[in-house]
Ligand binder design. Structure first.
Ligand SMILES: [Zn+2]
Length: 412
């Protein structure tokens, strides 16, 4: 049998039955249920002509050796958030496995290029708050000293949790060895947003992952009695923050794919009878274009100073985290577009708002591209996460076509 997309769906359902409960998928990295998912994967590759090992950071590598040592790498992540869905991450792993099966069969166990399937360790960062842990070790961008002391909600240290699974954190940097011979990386993922569903399209070509500017914005006013302080005498730190919360929507709205969110706003003293003396907001801005992102950041700062002055307050900014936008490889984007068009008729290009392991692989200098399949209702990180089975089958077909094109390109 050659490529069999229905087998991918059967694999996904098998994994769901094994690692979910009534609240959804429970494959949180470094837990027993996650290890169970990885053992299940071992049973899937048992009869294939492949070599398997875990690297120093716990990433799982399945290798079908080809005539050339140059490797086409496909992947995803079996870990999930708590109460997660059946497709986020797992689709990438199971579809990649199906493509590897096709290569193995078509070329009698020895394709022209080496084909590798990677299951990245701890993409979600659900337990310790550190996303892309395994892939950043692979890329050489990890931050061991910052990460080792992270704790979960029970006070267990990340360092101890990874060691319990057999991966001492001090050895994580050795995972960069897996970069050797990696000539291209392909990742299929659910969109996790509503764009493709809105366009009525099953598949999309991912241009890259958006850059992020994430800041704490604090307004300082003056606490005062809510009964005795006239309206024109107030230094209202909430009023300034509230104006900013609306203005960031206007700032992002000038650009097609930009997004901007104030996800948290705390007021102090936070009682019913006092004007707010201090308000602490978090701002998260994203775009695929570094110039647009820089403009949005500057405009938000300017607006915050204007609103602070209007409300007789002051404002301070401090950066929580930021990352540059990652643009995927032009040649692979072209192949991805061809593959999507061949299978689905129309190839829509869109950026990814969420970060993915593919961003880390791209940072390592390996040509990379991602493909999205439509998410129903745009919902993910939730047990109701779903995609139409016919769309999932098309996604496996398109990933296989993309893999065939990329394999030829690698040997050129
Ligand atoms: Zn994911």
């Amino acid at each position: 049998m050659s490529l069999d997309p229905k087998r991918t769906i059967a694999d996904l359902k098998e994994l769901r039955a094994l690692t979910s409960d009534d609240n959804g998928a429970q494959r949180v990295a470094w837990t027993d249920t996650w290890l169970k998912a990885r053992d299940w994967f071992q049973t899937k590759i048992k009869s294939l002509p492949v070599e398997h090992h875990y690297d120093a950071a716990g990433n799982s590598w399945t290798t079908l050796k080809g005539a050339s040592e140059k490797a086409l790498v496909l992947g995803g992540h079996l870990d999930s958030v708590p109460n997660g869905g059946w497709l986020d991450g797992s689709l990438g792993v199971t579809a990649s496995l199906e493509v590897l099966r096709r290569f193995a069969e078509e070329f009698n166990g020895r394709p022209p290029v080496t084909v590798r399937v990677v299951d990245w360790a701890d993409e979600e960062g659900a337990r310790f708050g550190r996303s892309l842990l395994g892939s950043s070790a692979f890329a050489g961008t990890s931050s061991i000293e910052a990460d080792r002391a992270r704790t979960d909600k029970d006070g267990i240290r990340l360092e101890d949790a990874v060691a319990r699974c057999g991966f001492p954190i001090d050895r994580f940097p050795d995972a960069t060895r897996e970069q050797k011979n990696a000539a291209a990386y392909l990742e299929l993922h659910i969109e996790q947003g509503p764009v493709l569903e809105g366009l009525g399209l099953p598949l999309g070509v991912v241009l890259g992952t958006k850059g992020v500017e994430r800041h704490a914005v604090t307004f300082f006013g003056q606490e005062a009695h809510s009964g005795s302080t006239p309206m024109n005498a107030r230094h209202d730190a909430l009023a300034a923050a509230a104006k900013l919360a609306l203005e960031i929507r206007t700032i992002a709205g000038k650009h097609q794919d930009a997004v901007s969110t104030i996800g948290s706003l705390k007021t102090f003293p936070g009682i019913v009878t006092a004007v707010v003396g201090r308000s602490e907001a978090t701002l998260d801005q994203r775009d695929l274009d570094a110039g647009i992102l820089a403009t949005m950041y500057r405009e938000a700062q300017e607006a915050s100073r204007r609103f602070a002055s209007e409300e007789k307050c002051t404002v301070e900014w401090s950066r929580i985290w930021s990352i540059q936008p990652i643009a995927f490889h032009p040649a692979l984007l072209g192949f991805c577009e061809e593959a999507v068009r061949e299978v689905a008729g129309t190839a829509h290009r869109l950026p990814s708002g969420p970060l993915h392991d593919a961003a880390e692989v791209s940072r390592a200098g390996i040509p990379t591209v991602m493909m999205f399949v439509q998410s129903l209702r745009g919902i993910s990180h939730n047990k109701i996460e779903d995609s139409k089975e016919e769309h999932l089958e098309m996604a496996v077909q398109a990933l296989d076509r993309l893999a065939a094109k990329a394999a030829r390109w690698i040997l050129d």
